[in-house]
Design a protein around this ligand. Structure first.
Ligand code: NAP
Ligand code: G3H
Length: 482
């Protein structure tokens, strides 16, 4: 099947204008399953980045001065435009990052809902006032007015796997609170990013409030992150990139959403059928290319055989192939990701793991692979594959499961499967992750829940309310009454 996107060269967008780069250089965007270019984006120069940031600053004051209900109207309109354009945007997501059309469409609708909820949450957020005399020696004549104010220009850097949702999850809290934005999409995801800007433009927003910067992170990333015009950075991506950014960012407020190695802990008393269904959905949707995917199973040895059989049965029901056929297991984002996942499988097999199903590859399409008897000396026990491979590690007790769960450098989410609520809480209390799901798959949503990673999985928190807080700061004005 050929790309239905015309092989366009997309322009970048700053100050309300679509422009070509003076570099005359572009980056080809290759579809992961069509194996052909579907478009080109501009490789911007450092001078163009400077200009974008300068213009974003110029626009920020007026935008922050615009009444909140007016900013809200623009953003509601943006949500409506995304819904209107859902077919076009979902098709772009599918062709650009290889997500099946149903999930791509869900991503667009979820994003429109995210915008509306964020706007409503902001409309209902109010500051507070504090009287001085509640502190010993403080005077009644002092009254503090505590408000939240924008930070200035926010740099939003998004990953490939949710090119619309994880971009807008940064853009909308920044905008509604009066910041302006420099948006750096993942290069593989930049066309989807451009489509959401087109939708915003339709909403008639003032120029300069949202600017898209395209070009490879390896070329312009450091320049952006270290730029003195950036007042806050919201980043989602790999731990390696996030750590690199944290070192460069200095005193700039930073929220990092990074990688994970989420364990699914299955206790001896678990409902194994439920656990198997949730684990497979958690591990394999979009070929495991989710930060929240279940990336290892820690199962009690007394139920391991039964669970493994159920997991095998569920895996064999997964559809494998093209996103255009609605498959769950689709080609990975590129060949090198395929090589990496295949390398993890081969390392495990060579060290004695048993392949229950899978271990088959066609280019960057990796068949869903279940590995049993994985041990701690295997790379797949620790590394984030971002692909469809699930290692099973057999344990003798909850304590051993916890010990292996917490030994990971990552701490995004975990699932615990047990029928005993006390046991569930006892395990949950000891797991070093941002969230724990009891008897359910690991996942981010609903999007108003706080979402955060411990250890190498992140810094700061997202989730609608939390994002609004991280993109603003408190400002205290003290009235000294006579
Ligand atoms: P990535 O390679 O780290 O890239 C993420 C973003 O960083 C891209 O926009 C990339 O641009 C940019 N970038 C690269 N080098 C940069 C630099 N020096 N300075 C500034 N930006 C730079 O991650 P990915 O492959 O897109 O996404 C997969 C990873 O993201 C996985 O590890 C996954 O777990 C993680 N993730 C985490 C969450 C979460 O919420 N915790 C959610 C989704 C994904 P280019 O594309 O141009 O290189
Ligand atoms: O890839 C990271 C996303 O934040 C995961 O979202 O759990 O809804 O798929 P999800």
């Amino acid at each position: 099947m050929k790309s239905t996107l015309s092989l366009s060269t997309y322009k970048f967008y700053i100050n309300g204008e679509w422009r070509e780069s003076s570099s005359k250089q572009t980056v080809d965007i290759l579809s992961p399953y069509l194996n052909e270019p579907i478009g080109k984006v501009q490789a911007m120069t450092k001078e163009e980045v400077d200009q974008a940031i300068h213009l974003a600053h110029q626009a920020q004051k007026n935008w922050a001065d615009t009444e909140l209900n007016k900013r809200a109207q623009y953003l509601y309109q943006w949500a409506d435009e995304l819904v209107n354009k859902q077919d076009e945007i979902a098709e772009t997501i599918m062709q650009e990052v290889g997500k099946n059309l149903k999930d791509a469409r869900k991503e667009v609708i979820r994003t429109a809902d995210f915008i509306r909820y964020t706007v409503e949450e902001t409309l209902h957020m109010h500051g507070e006032s504090m009287k001085g005399d509640s502190f010993p020696g403080g005077a009644k004549s002092k009254l503090a007015v505590v408000e939240r104010v924008p930070l200035g220009v926010v740099l939003a850097i998004s990953p490939f796997n949710y090119p619309v949702n994880l971009a807008v999850a940064k853009l909308v809290p920044a905008l509604i609170t009066g910041n302006t934005v420099i948006f750096k999409p993942a290069t593989q995801g930049a066309i989807s990013g451009i489509k959401i800007i087109e939708a915003l433009e339709q909403a008639g927003v003032p120029k300069g409030i949202l600017n898209i910067v395209t070009g490879r992170g390896s070329d312009i990333g450091d320049y952006l992150v270290e730029h003195e015009g950036i007042n806050m950075i919201a980043f989602t991506g790999g731990t390696k990139t996030g750590t690199h950014i944290a070192k460069k960012a200095g005193m700039i407020p930073l929220v990092l959403e990074l990688g994970g190695k989420d364990p699914g802990i299955v206790c001896e008393d678990a409902d194994l059928e439920l656990a198997a269904k949730q684990i497979i959905s958690g591990a394999f949707s979009y070929s495991g290319q989710r930060c929240t995917a279940i990336k290892r199973v820690l199962v009690h040895e007394n139920v391991a055989d039964e669970l493994t059989a159920l997991l095998k049965e569920e895996i064999e029901k997964l559809s494998v192939g093209s996103p255009e056929q609605g498959c769950t297991i689709v080609p990975l984002i590129d060949q090198s990701s395929g090589d990496f996942v295949q390398g993890l499988i081969e390392d495990a097999v060579q060290k004695g793991s048993i392949v229950i199903t899978g271990n088959k590859r066609e280019k960057n399409l990796i068949y869903p692979t279940l590995l049993d008897h994985v041990t701690e000396n295997m790379k797949v026990a620790w590394e984030e594959p971002f692909g469809p491979v699930l290692p099973i590690i057999r344990v003798k007790s909850d304590a051993e499961a916890l010990q292996i769960a917490n030994k990971s450098e990552f701490g995004l989410q975990a699932s615990v499967f047990t029928k005993d609520i006390n046991r569930a809480f006892s395990i949950s209390n000891k797991i070093e992750t941002g969230s724990v799901q009891i008897n359910g798959r690991t996942e981010r949503g609903p999007d108003h829940f706080p979402f955060l990673g411990a250890k190498q999985s992140g810094m700061g928190a997202q989730g609608i309310r939390k994002s609004l807080e991280s993109m603003t700061r408190e400002k205290v004005t003290v009235l000294n009454l006579s």
